[in-house]
Design a protein around this ligand. Structure first.
Ligand SMILES: Nc1nc2c(c(=O)[nH]1)N[C@H]1C(S)=C(S)[C@@H](COP(=O)(O)OP(=O)(O)OC[C@H]3O[C@@H](n4cnc5c(=O)[nH]c(N)nc54)[C@H](O)[C@@H]3O)O[C@H]1N2
Ligand SMILES: Nc1nc2c(c(=O)[nH]1)N[C@H]1C(S)=C(S)[C@@H](COP(=O)(O)OP(=O)(O)OC[C@H]3O[C@@H](n4cnc5c(=O)[nH]c(N)nc54)[C@H](O)[C@@H]3O)O[C@H]1N2
Ligand SMILES: [Mo]
Length: 769
């Protein structure tokens, strides 16, 4: 593709012809147009594959269940371009390191197992058997099993993830860092504390019944486009949609459904949000508390006037604990503080409160704008507090809805990818497989990288993902990977993690969701779980690009067989028939009874959610209000940096995490470039800078390490003063490894303290296209 840099404000609704034109372009570019159209017709259908895009649920009444960005994900995977042994012979690892992330993935699908040869600095082909033997040799040399890390990215199937964690636990490690540690960890931890289950309580159909939907820190137009259909339908029938987002996001403003002929032929775009608030980065906890303060005032006034209470007193009494301490905290927060911290006026907070008050059934959704801060657990719990005051649990059209990222990240956790696994899971594994799992908590992603930096980790296995580019503090993360004796990446496409190699390194090429998976036991399907706890089957339909590729499940079983042998478990039999793995899952995990039979149900089956049925697995047995104080936020001036900004790192419209599909961010008006920095026009003027100038961005952190990126073009944008935004992964060098969320260990990717300075445009040395 060719890219011409431009900044052109986008004036159309989200979706619409722009989405259709873009879908067509990506299909054409995959050079597999017919195959991919056939692919798209099978996305998220009863017989077909689960979209490898996001974790939004499937609407069983729709003929099409894909979106523009799902189409990109599918056609990106199903490309005919291949990264063969000849490619690796032609490019050394150090030359590839100088290429952009876009260039690397654009080369196509990995086809052969490859082993790094340090002497020549090239990857060379190896047989699968040699690759498995090499892993076994390295693992046999470990002094203890905690020198092993097993990273997982959330695309892995339930079957692959289950055998992967079982293999690791049988070896004696509990080091299961995963992408979720960098993502929705705060949702899991916060919800577990508040309502006893770390998952959302709503189901897709609840969106059809809500009177109000509050969307916090989330950009569905780009990251969960199918959610726009639910929001649009809700808006069409008069539900109020209230957005809290530091940026003006087009998808939250107006949407034309590209799958509705009427909307495509008339200019009838649906306005989405009836109210749009732009809190400061990290200001949502104060914003929600401000709403509660206003609601509490009304509640007291109603009681004083002899009117019925505003809060759901019966629900609070019967199902919750801690309301008094919480309301005392609310009383203790002054409006002045709430306004300063949230960045919203008292009038705005009161307005939001009155919309909330006017709705009987309310859903709150959220994503990374809430979970990637220091006080994310407290913020998630504050949202839960609000919902508990009004009894917004256990009834249709209401509840709590963290919108997950990777298509099976929720399922991975369910089937045991968990560095702090619940005792119940370990007990049932111990019983069924007759071994004693390690009960010490293992490493999360940040702890794993720190352990690698200290030289404590010898072997890193990665089931998908791109740790080198996705993790914070890029330079240190790269060094961490290079510190290992062996790094193994099970991947579909070439990425940066293949280029920061340990002494030994392997690339193991795997099949994707869209591809047929034929094993000794015949054609196999896998299962996944969406954000609404629906588990369903997914079966690829295209023939694989190369016979040398293997499925993730087969690769994991191959490794386990080479390392552990088949005395305790016949791994090869599991690889031959995934139904056997599902039998183990059914026997060891709650909610999976008759798993194999229930995979036949079109649309899948619901795992259930106790909190949605008002059963709370908390220490008190009730939903628990959290009385956390607001975060202590020092002003930049107090920290001796009056010129400091807070930077959020986020996704453009043309990327899937570290996979860069193209260089446009259509809805934000950015074309042909990614190294841009969104800034408030008044901040620009105050700094004496103008739009289009280039700056360097430097982190202010207390560890004496210089973290800087340069050559970022300033773009004037509707963003609160003092806040900045730029794309990840380019800005990951700025995120300190030691800056993470309380209790979560999640890098604070949405609140990086930085300063900016004018710089000359640098030749794009390391980011050639
Ligand atoms: N096409 C596509 N789909 C994806 C992904 C992708 O990269 N591409 N990634 C997948 C994954 S793994 C995930 S986790 C999800 C991510 O989905 P999102 O959470 O939507 O992803 P981000 O781009 O990080 O966007 C964060 C949004 O929150 C806002 N925000 C940031 N900080 C704050 C804050 O402090 N307060 C408020 N109120 N708003 C804030 C930002 O302005 C932005 O709109 O998407 C999934 N789906
Ligand atoms: N600064 C900053 N950093 C962030 C974030 C942020 O908002 N800001 N977001 C964080 C979040 S929410 C997440 S989830 C992480 C994402 O972290 P990861 O999940 O580690 O990263 P991805 O970019 O999704 O991984 C892409 C790679 O996965 C491989 N792949 C794709 N499909 C498959 C498959 O089917 N099987 C296998 N085995 N491999 C496959 C391909 O080789 C591809 O190169 O990044 C986090 N990092
Ligand atoms: Mo994520």
């Amino acid at each position: 593709m060719k890219f011409k840099p431009a900044i052109k404000p986008y004036t159309s609704p989200a979706g619409g012809w722009g989405a259709l034109a873009s879908t067509t372009r990506y299909l054409r570019d995959s050079k597999q147009v017919l195959k991919n159209i056939r692919n798209l017709l099978r996305v998220n259908q009863a017989r077909g594959f689960d979209c490898p895009g996001c974790a939004w649920g499937d609407d069983s009444h729709s003929t099409f269940n894909f979106c523009e960005n799902g189409a990109k994900a599918v056609s990106w995977e199903a490309t005919r371009q291949a990264v063969t042994p000849a490619f690796f012979a032609a490019h050394s690892v150090s030359t590839l390191r100088r290429q952009s992330d876009y260039f690397l993935e654009y080369q196509g699908r990995l086809t052969h197992p490859m082993r790094y040869d340090a002497a020549s600095d090239h990857y060379r082909p190896v047989s699968w058997q040699e690759a498995f033997a090499l892993i076994a040799q390295h693992i046999a040399r470990l002094d203890n099993p905690s020198q092993l890390e097993l990273y997982t990215s959330g695309r892995a199937s339930n079957e692959a993830a289950y055998v992967y964690q079982l293999f690791g636990r049988m070896l004696g490690t509990s080091n299961f860092p995963d992408c979720s540690n960098m993502c929705h960890e705060a949702s899991g931890i916060g919800l577990k504390q508040s309502i006893g289950v770390g998952k959302g309580t709503v189901r897709l159909d609840d969106f059809n019944q809500a009177d109000a939907i509050l969307v916090f820190g989330q950009n569905p137009g780009t990251n969960h486009p199918r959610m726009l259909h639910s929001l649009k339908q809700a808006a069409d029938r008069g539900a109020r949609i209230v957005s809290f987002n530091t940026l003006r996001e087009r998808g939250l403003e107006r949407f034309a459904d590209p799958q509705s002929p009427l909307q495509m032929l008339t200019p009838a775009a649906t306005p989405i949000s009836s109210a749009y608030y732009q809190p400061k980065l990290g200001g949502d906890m104060a914003a929600v508390r401000g709403m509660v303060k206003a609601l509490l005032e009304t509640h007291r006034q109603q009681l004083a006037d002899g009117l019925p209470p505003l809060f759901d007193m019966a629900f609070i009494e019967q199902h919750t604990v801690g309301v008094t301490a919480y309301l005392a905290q609310v009383d203790a927060c002054r409006w002045e503080t709430l306004v300063t911290q949230s960045g919203l006026s008292e009038a705005q907070l009161r307005e939001a409160a009155s919309i909330y008050q006017g709705a009987k059934r309310v859903i709150c959704t959220w994503a990374m704008g809430i979970t990637q801060h220091k006080h994310s657990v407290a913020t998630v719990r504050e949202i839960a507090n609000l919902q508990l005051l009004f009894g917004q649990l256990g009834k249709p059209g209401a509840g709590l809805c963290p919108v997950r990222g990777h298509s099976n990240v929720q399922g991975n956790r369910t089937v045991g990818i968990d560095e702090k696994a619940p005792a119940a899971l370990l007990d049932s594994l111990a019983q069924r497989f007759n071994f004693s799992p390690n009960r010490q908590p293992g490493h999360n992603t940040v702890q794993a990288i720190e352990a690698m930096l200290r030289g404590e980790v010898k072997v890193l296995l990665a089931l998908g993902g791109n740790l080198a580019a996705a993790a914070p503090d890029s330079e240190r993360t790269a060094r961490a990977l290079q510190n290992c004796a062996l790094t193994v990446q099970i991947s579909t496409k070439l990425n940066r993690s293949h280029l920061y190699v340990g002494n030994d390194a392997l690339i193991l090429p795997t099949l994707g969701r869209t591809e047929q998976d034929i094993q000794a036991g015949g054609a196999q399907f896998i299962t996944v779980e969406d954000s609404f706890s629906m588990v369903h089957a997914s079966e690829g339909i295209s023939p694989p690009l190369a016979t040398t590729q293997r499925s993730e499940t087969a690769i994991v079983c191959g490794i386990a067989d080479a390392v552990l042998g088949n005395q305790r478990l016949d791994w090869q039999a599991l690889a031959a028939d995934y139904g056997l793995i599902r039998e183990h899952i059914a026997a060891t995990l709650p909610g999976f009874d008759n798993f194999n039979q229930r995979c036949e149900i079109p649309g899948g089956f619901y795992l259930g959610n106790a909190a949605a049925e008002l059963r709370f697995a908390t220490p008190s047995g009730k939903a628990e209000f959290s009385a956390a104080p607001l975060p202590v936020q020092r002003s930049p001036a107090e920290d001796g940096a009056p010129d400091a900004f807070t930077l959020q790192t986020l996704r453009s419209h043309d990327q899937y995490n570290t996979t860069i599909y193209g260089l446009d961010d259509r809805y934000r008006g950015v074309y042909g470039q990614r190294e841009v920095l969104f800034i408030n026009p008044e901040d620009l003027a105050q700094l004496g800078l103008s739009e289009g100038e280039h700056v360097e961005i430097e982190t202010r952190w207390h560890d004496g390490i210089t973290r800087r990126v340069s050559g970022f073009k300033l773009v004037s944008y509707a963003i609160p003063r003092g806040n900045l935004a730029a794309y990840y992964p380019e800005t990951n060098p700025l995120v300190p490894l030691s800056s993470f969320g309380d209790e979560t260990g999640t890098p604070t990717s949405k609140s990086v303290p930085v300063v900016i300075r004018r710089c000359r445009m640098l030749p794009s040395g390391t980011r050639l296209l």
